[in-house]
Design a protein around this ligand. Structure first.
Ligand SMILES: Nc1ncnc2c1ncn2[C@@H]1O[C@H](COP(=O)(O)OP(=O)(O)O)[C@@H](O)[C@H]1O
Ligand SMILES: [Mg+2]
Length: 283
């Protein structure tokens, strides 16, 4: 590994006041340009890890680094961090506070001291990216849950972060809302944003992520998603089940319908393609 990770936690331990240790000597790196899913059961520390990565919490021991340099938690250091990493919290109502959508999305860029013209252009770009330009003047309390979620993400996108971190972004969305969100995240990735998502949905992770990081009691284990999500031992430690795509691939291989070196299906469409051709959807 020649390039230092874009952001990383090194030997980080953390406990809440009077609570047990949540993370102990954790190493976690976000490489640039990879879609990374962070998986673990409820209470395993996903949200805590993300807040440590975005500077909202400070490690008790260990370090947060940006491109190999330790982050200083003074004004300058935190501004540098916020233009590199943005966290979208799970509940949009914890993030939204301004009267209108555009006002809310402009808050971060205004705080960076940018010119009015620059703020306006960033807000327009972010609303466009989230497909909510038509909602610009809408009061945030009149939005649907999905619209509030998009507004919260737009607020993060308006900071033009290199890493966008989303805590359980699909929770509470209907199937169509989930599909639209994944399409939006793909578009952001195509523009060069590194996207990290916390989820306990192994099927979503297999379908969406390049890499999967499993948060287990003995630390975090990261690898390419199709490999990491086929590790029954790690999944069990993390309190997660096998993704159905991996289970289907095992069945197909046992039936001689899928080659050993051919990737398994990640969606119902890919499963249909495997069974139609016998060759597999991805090679
Ligand atoms: N604000 C808090 N104060 C005290 N304990 C907390 C707080 N937030 C989370 N915890 C505890 O820290 C552990 C990890 O929680 P969290 O990071 O929210 O996990 P996850 O996001 O994976 O569900 C849990 O045991 C939880 O009860
Ligand atoms: Mg959480």
């Amino acid at each position: 590994m020649s390039e230092p990770a874009l952001v990383a936690l090194r030997g980080v331990s953390f406990a809440y006041d009077e609570g047990p240790v949540v993370l102990d000597g954790l190493d976690f790196a976000v490489p640039e340009g990879r879609a990374l899913a962070l998986l673990g059961r409820n209470g395993s520390g996903k949200t805590t890890l993300m807040r440590l990565l975005s500077g909202g919490l400070r490690p008790h021991t260990g370090q947060l680094t940006v491109q190999g340099r330790p982050v200083s938690y003074d004004r300058k250091g935190l501004t540098r961090l916020r233009t590199t990493v943005q966290l979208v919290v799970q509940d949009p109502d914890d993030q939204l506070f301004a009267a209108s959508v555009a006002q809310d999305v402009s808050f971060g860029p205004l705080n960076l001291g940018l010119s009015d013209a620059e703020v306006r252009s960033r807000v327009a770009e972010a609303l466009d990216a989230l497909d909510i330009a038509a909602l610009a003047d809408r009061p945030t309390h009149l939005l649907s849950y999905g619209q509030r979620k998009r507004t919260a993400i737009a607020g993060a996108v308006a900071m033009r972060p290199r890493v966008l971190i989303l805590d359980e972004p699909t929770a509470g969305l209907d199937p169509d809302g989930q599909e639209r969100l994944l399409a939006t995240l793909d578009a952001l990735r195509a523009r060069g944003t590194t996207v990290v998502m916390a989820t306990h949905d192994v099927d979503l992770a297999l379908r969406w992520a390049d890499d999967a990081a499993l948060l287990t009691p003995s630390g975090v284990r990261t690898g390419p998603a199709p490999t990491a999500l086929a590790r029954t031992d790690l999944l069990r430690q993390a309190g997660l089940r096998l993704p159905w795509g991996v289970a289907a691939a095992e069945l197909l291989r046992a039936q001689g319908l899928l080659g050993e070196s051919v990737a398994g299906p990640r969606t119902a469409e890919e499963l249909a393609a495997v069974t139609a051709t016998g060759a597999g959807p991805r090679g």
